[in-house]
Write a new protein. Structure first.
Length: 116
């Protein structure tokens, strides 16, 4: 019985996805910027989940980029919260923040890249 339990546990550990949640805080953003999110588990990424929240004194926009194009987008105005998730096959994700001339934004991004 002990041997069976051992093999079951080893199998569950081997088949589980490997991921770690990372959180980054950006304070007083006033200019357009590009951020790079990176995997903590190497290049075998299969999915991504990004949650963002914060506040902005004016309107601004944030994009998750894929092959140079906006894959996901969110308008940031006042108090905001958004979630993006889906299949992802790169160890990096590019986030492009586009500020309006009068906006000051505080942004927190929590993300995880799931790996095999």
């Amino acid at each position: 019985m002990r041997v069976l339990v051992y093999f079951l546990l080893v199998g569950l550990i081997a088949c589980s996805n490997n991921y770690q949640v990372s959180t980054i805080n950006y304070k007083n953003l006033t200019k357009s910027q590009t951020f790079t999110l990176t995997s903590t588990c190497g290049d075998k990424v299969i999915a991504i989940k990004i949650e963002g929240y914060g506040n902005s004194t004016g309107s601004s926009v944030i994009h998750l980029m894929l092959n140079g194009e906006a894959y996901e987008s969110e308008n940031l105005d006042g108090e905001f919260r958004f979630k993006w998730s889906g299949d992802w096959y790169s160890e990096k994700a590019i986030i492009r923040y586009i500020a309006n001339s009068d906006s000051i934004t505080n942004l927190t991004l929590s993300y995880r890249m799931e790996c095999v």
